[in-house]
Design a protein around this ligand. Structure first.
Ligand code: ADP
Ligand code: ZN
Length: 731
């Protein structure tokens, strides 16, 4: 029997709403009928809510009492592959369907009628008088390269009153016009400016092109050191997708990377693609969501949630820096965008390209097993080669207290400066100092709501909790013993390292790059561009700089504490450290000069450090894979993390113990429960946290067993139970 795809007026339809209900609701189809998948507005009690027609009604209610759909919204009905994808993601991540639908309807103004709107864009005129406010308006318009905004949006972005904009309109410096609400994006030309590819690049591009041309599902791991041309290669797959008239999606792990990427897309295809992430204006987000559905957007560049856009005909998904931990959503719906990209593509008959210099062990194993195809780019494009990597053995360096840059490293930095080149000092710690201690009583200042230390941020002149974001001014007396002026910072953050660098190199221009030091993604982008052009001699950075920015003058990378990531009990600690160190080292010598990477470490004989230094990637993956296989953990076994949290500490421990005891549904599938144990961060935002861990064999029906298991328990008020399938972090 084929599914019914249209319902006449008065037919019963089952509607999935975004409201937290555990079932579909029956309604009568409205006047004019509606399609399966239609976005509709329906009455729910006294309210009107948005939903999607999910199938024929169940009819198990008194028909006379069933209300009608209020109206069908002006949006393309949700397609079958999307409905299947949402259903499957919900099953896999144990997420209720309404929450999935909320992810898929993140379009502002979805219910609004189509109409004209008045917008403002850059004009040719020059204002008679330039004020600060006027300059800001023009700057915003220039920054967004020709985009138009509504009056309200523009005023807010520039921080001016609307009369400032009206004034500029009178002078012709800003144009006022009426446009249809959402315009299609300009056409991208696949043959606009193709680059001549090197031999191995061309071969890889050809394979990807053939895959896209074939029009079936397939996943390829595209591996190659930073600078080997992975982006150039996958842009050829995008070109092929455009030629076929299908849509492409490129996922990037970090908003700060999009600007540079959009410029490259524009150079390659002659126009800018659609953009989807939290930094995009509401108007543009609404346009993107609609145009993706109508086929007026052929390429979307975005963050992980772009996977839930209503693509009309998705032919390719690229996941750039596929190993990046930010692809795992840690809030709300807990999903891995990398895995969901593969799932979405399989429903859409699309190709997936996972690009990385240092793939995740999961993808590496899938490629080894033949589930994914694998393409490797072996050399850097042009002359540049991987930097030379060496350890600095910190056991034989003598450092005065509160100093972290060894003499060896300082000497290397000095040499680079004298040669007119840049050096990067990497420390993955934001703020000034990770710990503030009272020298009178030994008290360490902690957050009032979390089981975490407060981190001093001198730039903000405050203490900040990196768990909950709570801040407070730096106290002058100890909160515990009330001694005056005895509080002292312990350990380095990037801000403190900045002080050390300035003391060591008073003549150097120093830039500290940390996500919290910039008000906006735009300010950060501007700063990065300046630095890339040579505006700094020494760059100090956190993880942020490891992610794909180009610094052509950079020839030395110094890692302040290579041991940092090796501490802790995280299953992926070794993998993460390996990836991060390789990525950071890859920042050096991207142009024509050979770079050098120096790793300060107290354990140069640690297997991970040795693997990083020797560059024996395959060896590292093989060893790591063997270890995980032996332990039966991902990707060879399956894990689910369970976090119970509540303001009531007794309640979480009681329930945790009960869950561990009544584990029959798990034992039936051969799974084991570990815990309950206090979570590594035992309290966040005033909620006490207890963890359990479930471990199962790879093929065991884990989700069904977890559902049955968790379903046995009654949750006390205010207790939250969260299940994280394939957890990436264990805090
Ligand atoms: P990756 O994505 O592997 O880090 P990119 O694609 O960003 O590498 O390439 C690194 C740099 O080399 C970029 O500036 C890119 O434009 C340039 N490049 C790579 N391949 C070519 C090519 N075939 N022709 C011209 N420039 C290239
Ligand atoms: Zn806190």
């Amino acid at each position: 029997m084929t599914e019914r795809s249209f319902f006449d007026e008065g037919d019963l339809v089952a509607v999935l709403t975004t409201q937290p209900l555990d079932r579909l609701l029956d309604y009568k189809a409205p006047e004019g009928g509606c399609f399966l998948g239609a976005f509709v507005e329906v009455p729910l009690g006294p309210r009107k809510v948005i939903g999607v027609v999910w199938g024929p009604g169940q009819g198990d209610f008194d028909r006379a009492k069933i209300r009608s759909v209020i109206r069908v919204l002006d949006a393309v009905p949700m397609r079958e592959d999307m409905r299947a994808f949402l259903t499957r993601t919900a099953e896999y991540t144990l997420t209720p369907m309404p929450a999935m639908l909320r992810l898929a309807t993140r379009s502002p103004g979805l219910g609004d009628p189509p109409m004209m709107r008045r917008v403002y864009r850059l004009g040719d005129g020059t204002p008679d008088r330039m004020t600060d406010a006027r300059r800001r308006v023009l700057e915003v318009l220039r920054d967004y390269g020709g985009l138009a905004f509504t009056l309200g949006e523009l005023a807010e972005m520039a921080g001016v009153t609307t009369s400032v904009i009206k004034g500029l309109v009178k002078q012709g410096a800003v144009l006022e016009e009426d446009t249809p609400r959402d315009l299609p994006y300009p056409r991208l030309d696949p043959d606009h400016a193709a680059k001549a590819l090197a031999e191995d690049q061309a071969a890889a591009a050809e394979t990807l092109r053939a895959g896209v041309a074939g029009g079936a599902y397939g996943t390829t791991l595209l591996q190659g050191v930073t600078g080997s041309g992975k982006t150039e290669v996958y842009l050829e797959a995008v070109a092929e997708c455009l030629r076929k008239g299908r849509q492409a999606l490129v996922l990037l792990p970090e908003i700060a990377l999009t600007a540079e990427f959009l410029t490259r897309v524009e150079a390659r295809f002659g126009a800018r693609p659609a953009e989807w992430h939290s930094g995009v204006t509401l108007t543009e987000r609404r346009r993107c969501w609609r145009m993706v559905g109508e086929g007026g957007a052929s390429l979307v560049v975005g963050a992980r949630s772009a996977l839930y856009l209503p693509f009309r005909d998705l032919g390719l998904i690229v996941v750039d820096e596929e190993h990046d931990t930010s692809y795992k959503q840690e809030d709300g719906v807990l999903y891995s965008a990398r895995d969901m990209a593969v799932l979405r593509a399989s429903f859409a008959s699309a190709q997936v390209v996972l690009a990385s210099a240092t793939p995740s062990l999961e993808s590496w194993v899938n490629a080894e097993a033949g589930k994914y195809a694998k393409l490797t780019l072996t050399s850097r494009f042009g002359e540049a080669i991987l930097p030379e990597m060496r350890a600095i053995d910190m056991r034989s360096e003598t450092l005065p207290s509160n100093r972290w840059i060894s003499e060896t490293l300082a000497g290397a930095v000095r040499q680079r400066m004298e040669a007119g080149e840049q050096a990067l000092l990497f420390l993955n710690r934001r703020g000034y100092a990770p710990v503030t201690i009272c020298r009178a009583c030994g008290h360490q200042i902690g957050c009032d709501h979390c089981d975490a230390r407060m981190v001093e941020h001198r730039f903000l002149k405050r203490l900040v909790c990196h768990q909950c974001g709570e801040t407070k001014p730096m106290p002058t007396e100890c909160p515990s013993c009330h001694a005056e002026d005895r509080l002292a910072p312990v350990g380095p953050g990037v801000e403190r390292l900045g002080e050390e660098v300035t003391a060591l190199f008073p003549e150097a221009r120093v830039a500290v790059l940390s996500s919290d030091l910039f008000g906006s993604a735009r300010a950060l982008k501007a700063q990065i561009e300046e630095i890339a052009k040579g505006a700094a001699d020494i760059i100090i950075g956190t993880q942020l700089v490891a992610k794909g920015h180009n610094f052509p003058l950079l020839t030395l990378v110094g890692v302040i504490d290579a041991d940092l990531g090796l501490q802790g009990s995280d299953l992926r600690a070794a993998e993460r450290t390996f990836q991060l160190m390789r990525q950071v080292a890859g920042r050096a010598g991207r142009a024509e000069k050979r770079g050098e990477a120096l790793l300060q470490t107290f354990q140069p004989e640690h297997p991970v450090i040795k693997a990083i230094l020797s560059g024996d990637e395959e060896g590292f993956w093989r060893a790591e894979a063997a270890e995980r296989r032996h332990a039966g953990v991902p990707p060879f076994g399956r894990l689910a993390g369970i976090v119970l949290s509540s303001p009531d500490v007794q309640a979480v421990f009681d329930l945790g113990a009960e869950m561990a005891r009544r584990d029959a549904p798990l034992r039936r599938i051969g799974a084991q429960v570990f815990g309950p144990a206090p979570a590594p961060i035992a309290r966040i935002r005033g909620r006490h946290r207890v963890r359990l861990l479930v471990k199962a064999e790879k093929t065991a029906p884990l989700q069904a067993a977890l559902t049955e298991w968790a379903g046995q328990f009654r949750l006390p008020a205010n207790l939250r139970l969260q299940i994280d399938i394939d957890p990436q972090s264990f805090y």
